[in-house]
Ligand binder design. Structure first.
Ligand SMILES: Cc1cc2nc3c(=O)[nH]c(=O)nc-3n(C[C@H](O)[C@H](O)[C@H](O)COP(=O)(O)OP(=O)(O)OC[C@H]3O[C@@H](n4cnc5c(N)ncnc54)[C@H](O)[C@@H]3O)c2cc1C
Ligand code: HEM
Length: 405
């Protein structure tokens, strides 16, 4: 966000700030009303949103909390710059377009009017309409840049592109990798290790397209992509992960959006520590593969690398063989494993306790990358802070709407 953005009037700012509690206090009712209204009037948006969430009654609060956060910082939008970048990256992976903002804005305003008719005076409506338009223009501007940049690069494209599954490989009991190459045989966009792509599929029996993000799990090679998908079971099996695992085979086609995301290696000139649990290993193995391929690391023992992973059992340990292989090749790489359900030689048992590694880990000068369930990442982050790692050296990715740890 730059100071070149048109500014809102003091009057608008005052009204928006005074009505923030309207959004904050409305709770789940407002979100449910908003989505119900939007999908009734604009069912085409069901092709963009995760309809599994809608069916299960789980709602995405992210949009409303982002709007409330924006309203709170309305005089200093630069405070939200990091969040805007993250959301814009996510939106472009979903192929969100400028005209969608008008639709979302309309249903937002109508929801407020319908749920809080007394507080929603013409002055409040005018202020919120102006403020929403201002926020939308920031996103539309950044997203246009991302789309243009993606199109201009070698192998770049916008929106869904047909890919063919070149290989399908089980990495563990739960995780399966898919290597995807364009059906048109053209090159693909390079990406930063840690970024994700979105796949767009219509499983049999589904009424709408479903889009899900998957981290790239290998280094960028300009010709194909690898993703690694965990089978999500539970009360109701995950729709897309099970479809990919059960129904998609080598030779099948699926649609892929260009890589996106703001989680990637900050520096190759510091020690790097990768800390994951479960399928959270995917963006981190991409970072490790990228560094391993860089001859400076391999040949000159440049910067230490640490790969720490937690999962339940060796059978659920994805990429275990590959990590061992890389450890054999790279003197700078040390790996540590925790199995919560089994005792195994050469690994720790239980949760990932980091205190015993205090003397080993580069707590003063390393960059630390976390990925896994939010509870796990919070557990690891708190320990890193206790060990003296600076907060700005801890980077993480959430496999869902972003949350502060
Ligand atoms: C940036 C990013 C990167 C990601 N990278 C990866 C990756 O590398 N690998 C990977 O495997 N995943 C990754 N994900 C997660 C992935 O995008 C999907 O969210 C995941 O595969 C689940 O999708 P699904 O369609 O199978 O489940 P959904 O159908 O969307 O359901 C989600 C969860 O809710 C449960 N559920 C569904 N319906 C109900 C119901 N009625 N009641 C109760 N619970 C229900 C499901 O069991 C599942 O656990 C990433 C996500 C993001 C945002
Ligand atoms: C100013 C308006 C908007 C704001 C503030 C906003 C905010 C957000 C935020 C905070 C997230 C979660 C990002 C993350 O951390 O993963 C998100 C996700 C998402 N947004 Fe937006 N958004 C806006 C407009 C739109 C529009 C116009 C569309 C398209 C119709 C859209 C579609 C989505 C979708 C599909 C997701 C993924 C979550 C899901 O499937 O439910 N958003 N948005």
């Amino acid at each position: 966000m730059s100071s070149a953005q048109p500014l809102l009037s003091a009057h608008t700012i005052a009204i928006v700030k005074s009505t923030i509690p309207l959004l904050e206090n409305a709770g789940t009712a407002i979100t449910a009303h908003f989505y119900e209204r939007m999908f009734r009037h604009n069912p085409e948006l069901k092709d963009i949103f995760n309809m599994s969430n809608q069916r299960s009654g789980r709602q995405q609060f992210a949009l409303f909390s982002a709007i409330a956060a924006y309203a709170k910082n309305i005089e200093t939008p630069e405070v939200l710059a990091v969040a805007v970048e993250r959301i814009a990256q996510k939106h472009t992976s979903l192929n969100v377009q400028p005209h969608h903002y008008g639709i979302v804005g309309h249903h937002l305003i109508e929801t407020l009017r319908e749920l809080a008719p007394d507080a929603f005076t013409p002055a409040v409506e005018a202020a919120w309409t102006e403020a929403y338009g201002f926020l939308a223009s920031i996103f539309i501007g950044r997203e246009s840049n991302i789309y243009a940049n993606s199109k201009a690069q070698k192998g770049g494209w916008n929106g869904p592109r047909d890919f063919v599954v070149k290989a399908k490989t089980a990495e563990s009991d739960l995780v399966t990798s898919f290597v995807l190459a364009p059906v048109d045989d053209g090159p693909v966009l390079d990406y930063q290790p840690g970024q994700y792509l979105a796949v767009r599929v219509k499983p049999e029996g589904a009424d709408y397209w479903e889009i899900r993000q998957y981290s790239l799990s290998d280094k960028s090679n300009g010709s194909d992509y690898r993703i690694s998908v965990k089978r999500e079971s539970g009360v109701q099996p995950g729709m897309v992960s099970n479809y990919l695992q059960d129904a998609i085979h080598p030779g099948d086609h699926i649609q892929v959006m260009p890589p996106a995301g703001d989680f990637f290696l900050k520096s190759t000139h510091t020690p790097n520590v990768f800390i994951s649990a479960g399928v959270g290993i995917t963006p981190l193995i991409s970072m490790l593969e990228t560094l391993a391929a860089q001859t400076t690391v391999a040949k000159h023992n440049a910067n230490p690398l640490y790969f720490l992973h937690a999962c339940e059992t060796p059978q659920q340990h994805s990429f275990a063989g590959r990590i061992r292989e890389l450890e054999g090749q790279l003197p700078v790489l040390k790996s540590f494993t925790w199995y919560s359900k089994t005792h195994n030689e050469g690994s720790f048992h239980g949760l990932m306790e980091l205190a015993p590694l205090k003397a080993t880990l580069p707590v003063t000068d390393g960059n630390f990358y976390l990925c896994g369930p939010s509870g796990f990442m919070k557990f690891a982050k708190d320990q890193l802070l206790d060990l003296g790692v600076a907060g700005e050296r801890i980077h993480y990715e959430v496999f869902g709407p972003h949350a502060e740890l």
